[in-house]
Design a protein. Structure first.
Length: 222
């Protein structure tokens, strides 16, 4: 069974590749994401490459092999199901479950995970709107745009929050900006590069475009 360190590297590489459109992840960027010095990251990547979990080129960065991607998706499945379980069953706040799931994901067996999945009714997304990879097969991709790229729209629904830092999530929660919430875009100020939105049943709030870029949205179903 892979160590928690190996699992964290694979999960991080997968997430970084997703943000880069499938391109290789630069070692400097990976080291920063893992909060280690580049030499430490490079040593681990060489070990993962020897195990057939990643493809590594010294000047070309790193990407997951098919074997590594399968394992990374399984880790993400564990993490996201645990987040939802902590919120829906144990009543933890959606802003604080990320770190808790980080600890639990390495100690949860496949048997327990399957029971959690059954209990929750085989959900598709976690509390932050992140897709939960299926136990088998591939997850159907959903095309979402960031709020920052949707300033010309009027009515939208928050689908996903990609920054799971506790402070950012608490800010969103305070203003009613959580997945599933309908929002109206009131204005976009090009001078200060900020967007003002009104979440359903909440007061309007102005966001800088950096913050708006971390919120993914979709058009309402009706």
């Amino acid at each position: 069974m892979p160590t928690s360190t190996v699992e964290n590297y694979l999960k991080t590489i997968y997430m970084q590749q997703q943000r880069a459109g499938g391109k290789n992840v630069a070692m400097g960027k990976l080291a920063k994401a893992m909060d280690v010095v580049p030499g430490t990251a490079t040593a681990m990547i060489k070990t993962l490459a020897d195990s057939g979990l990643v493809d590594y080129k010294p000047r070309g960065g790193v990407s997951l092999s098919d074997k590594g991607e399968t394992l990374a998706l399984h880790i993400l499945r564990r993490h996201r199901l645990l987040e939802l379980f902590l919120v829906e069953v144990l009543g933890l706040d959606w802003t604080e479950v990320h770190d808790e799931a980080e600890e639990l994901e390495h100690a949860t067996s496949d048997k327990v995970l399957a029971r959690i999945d059954d209990y929750l009714g085989h959900p598709d997304t976690d509390p932050h709107g992140d897709p939960i990879p299926p136990a088998k097969g591939a997850h159907a991709p959903v095309q979402l745009k960031s709020l920052a790229d949707s300033a010309t729209q009027k009515k939208l629904v928050i689908a996903r929050v990609v920054d799971q830092g506790c402070e950012f999530l608490q800010f969103l929660n305070q203003h009613g900006l959580r997945p599933g919430t309908r929002i109206n875009i009131l204005s976009y100020d090009r001078v200060v590069d900020a967007i003002t939105v009104k979440p359903y049943k909440h007061e309007p709030v102005t966001l800088g475009m950096a913050a708006a870029g971390k919120i993914l949205v979709e058009k309402p179903a009706t």
